[in-house]
Ligand binder design. Structure first.
Ligand SMILES: [Zn+2]
Length: 80
């Protein structure tokens, strides 16, 4: 599958809706690219930064996430 055919998705915290979530993973150093490459992601061990604790991140379409994050500012504009 070409990269452009992939749906744009992201992962969010179901409690606060933030995308500042991190996954517990194993990384291996690649001496050729000078980067840590993730070799596997643990099924448990998700962490949410705003909640400052463990979470179980959920998959969401990027367009849907952008819509969710934009809604509060739209409400403020209709109030004025
Ligand atoms: Zn959270």
């Amino acid at each position: 599958m070409a990269q452009s055919d992939r749906p744009l998705i992201t992962f969010i915290c179901p409690d606060c809706g933030s995308d500042e979530v991190y996954s517990d993973a194993l990384a291996q150093w690649n001496p050729e690219t000078w980067t840590w490459e993730v070799t596997s992601v643990f099924p448990k061990g998700d962490v949410c930064s705003p909640c400052d604790g463990p979470t179980t991140m959920v998959e969401i379409e990027l367009a849907e996430f952008i819509k969710l994050t934009e809604e509060p500012s739209d409400d403020l504009r209709s109030e004025a």
